[in-house]
Design a protein around this ligand. Structure first.
Ligand code: NAD
Length: 497
């Protein structure tokens, strides 16, 4: 018998399931537990619990909501080892990488602790004679989050801490592939004092998602995942009158200028391309080398540095990265590598089918380096989401920028250079939402907001940070006058000015 991971609804742990699905330990390839996939009626119960909790939560002062977040942060820190272990067991990422993910999640809880300040609104005295006007930011009601497998702790923490401190109640549908840490973290928030029903977690698949997208009680949907699903979520949520932000996939390019500090660029690329097995939406998967000299130097140094890469199980912290999420995904990554070779690229380091002693059944792909990739190749056009770095050779910085601008994705990008003028031109003009200058993973901190451009984000507002206050609230503007005997006016028919 394997354990069954279920749901948290109205403060109760439940395992009702329309179906169940295997959860794997990707380092061994074995099934470690099952996840309960909620049917429509279970999701509807979660929505009803959130709706019932909303009136009292809406009227809870922001300071009291924030105090729960302070306690939540402490509990997350106290239980960080357990959380990282759960992430490692189901996602496969190495302990230190899981700790980094959790820390970035906790930073969003810290930002949410500022709720009283963030929700202060705007006030103008005397917009007219004895007339004051102010804008306040009111919660939407019940909102939903749908999250991907690759950051099981962090991405949900991008969403619900801010949604909750803004006064909303929440239904979270996490990834069914690594569900344990999410459920555990939600229980910590209950322990921190969150009233029952304010946060509900339902595990599930398309049936659960479609219920959230079509139920009139859900007022807004935050989604993070692949682009085809993001587009589906955005159009369906919009068609049902909901506010939606849907963050999608990526193909993040790094420009390597001829004047770059090449040793530094290689070190940065190693972590950014292969960390977390390349299963990050901000992974640097394409290096665009400007000039053959830069390309040759990059390839030579990269080839040497990659000999030291260690792939293996999350339990050994000396490993650099772990397996990919499933056997099917490993096969897909391998197929992309094969297709690049078939379409004319040069395979410099082949990571297919690495030997990982004691973990022969695991879903491993080793670090892979492919040179002379061109824009027509399938492996260039599509997101691989594996530990594969592709090198494209161009003649000029303008050609490199045109390549990036022409790609359908626009999540993150970066330039390695010593030339401040070139870097400034790049960051000013490139059509990408998050830009690094000698910083390979320019993931905004929690007090900025996260989001790509083009088909990496459907919607207007980015995730977390200041944009989250706007996304999870609606503005109400109140104009007030208290007439006294001295200022009473007759009827006015001209537009007030
Ligand atoms: P995914 O799109 O397969 O799944 C994401 C969520 O959508 C899951 O909760 C899943 O259950 C649900 N889902 C899947 N298929 C569905 C369907 N047909 N109908 C309704 N719901 C469905 O993504 P994933 O494989 O879990 O995550 C990897 C992807 O997420 C990559 O493309 C990565 O780039 C992207 N991602 C993007 C960001 C970002 O901020 N832009 C961050 C992390 C991950």
């Amino acid at each position: 018998m394997t354990a069954l991971v279920g749901h948290l609804i109205n403060g109760d742990l439940r395992t009702d399931a329309a179906r169940t699905q295997d959860v794997f330990n990707p380092a061994t390839g074995e099934v470690s537990r099952q996840v309960a996939l909620a049917g429509k009626s279970t999701v509807e119960e979660a929505i009803a619990a959130a709706e019932a909790a909303f009136p009292a939560w809406r009227n809870t002062p922001p300071l009291k909501r924030a105090r729960i977040m302070f306690r939540f942060k402490e509990l997350l820190e106290q239980h960080s080892d357990e959380i990282c272990r759960m992430i490692g067991e189901e996602h496969g990422k190495i302990f230190h990488d899981a700790a980094g993910e959790l820390q970035r999640g906790i930073e969003n809880v810290e930002y949410a602790c500022g709720a009283p300040q963030l929700l202060k609104g705007e006030h103008s005295k005397n917009v007219g004679p004895d007339i004051d006007s102010w804008s306040e930011f009111q919660p939407l009601g019940v909102v939903a989050g749908i999250t991907p497998f690759n950051f099981p702790a962090m991405v949900p923490l991008w969403m619900y801490p801010m949604a909750l401190v803004c006064g909303n109640c929440f239904v979270l549908k996490p990834s069914e592939r690594d569900p344990s840490s999410v459920l555990f973290i939600a229980q910590l928030l209950q322990e921190a004092g969150l009233p029952d029903g304010v946060l509900n977690v339902v595990n599930g698949d398309k049936e659960a998602v479609d219920t959230l997208l079509t139920d009139a009680r859900i007022k807004a949907v935050s989604f993070v995942g692949s682009t085809p699903i993001a587009e589906y979520i955005y159009t369906t949520a919009n068609a049902h009158g909901k506010r939606c932000q849907a963050l999608g996939g990526a193909k993040n390019h790094a420009i390597i200028m001829p004047d770059a500090d090449m040793d530094n660029a290689v070190n940065q690329l190693l972590g950014a391309a292969f960390g977390s097995s390349g299963e990050r939406c901000m992974a640097l998967s394409v290096a665009v080398a400007v000039g053959d000299q830069a390309a040759d130097a990059l390839i030579a140094k990269m080839q040497v540095a990659m000999q030291g890469l260690k792939v293996g199980a999350f339990t050994d912290s000396s490993n650099d990265f772990g397996p990919v999420i499933t056997g099917a995904h490993r096969d897909k990554v391998n197929d992309y590598i094969t297709s690049a070779v078939e379409q004319g690229a040069t395979l410099v380091v082949d990571g297919r089918n690495p030997e990982v002693a004691g973990h022969e059944g695991g879903f491993f792909v080793g670090g892979t380096l492919i040179d002379r990739v061109t824009p027509e190749m399938t492996s260039y056009r599509e997101e691989i989401f594996g530990p594969v770095l592709q090198v494209v050779r161009v003649d000029s910085m303008q050609d490199a920028m045109a390549l990036i601008d022409d790609h359908e994705y626009g999540n993150g990008t970066c330039i390695f250079t010593r030339d401040g003028e070139a870097a400034r031109y790049f960051s000013d003009n490139i059509q990408v939402g998050m830009v690094g200058i000698n910083v390979p993973l320019p993931v905004p901190v929690a007090y900025h907001s996260f989001g790509g451009w083009k088909r990496s984000l459907f919607g207007d507002l980015h995730a977390y940070g200041p944009d989250a206050v706007r996304f999870y609230t609606k503005r109400k503007t109140i104009t007030q006058r208290w007439p006294s005997a001295g200022v009473r006016e007759g009827a006015q028919f001209a537009f007030p000015s």
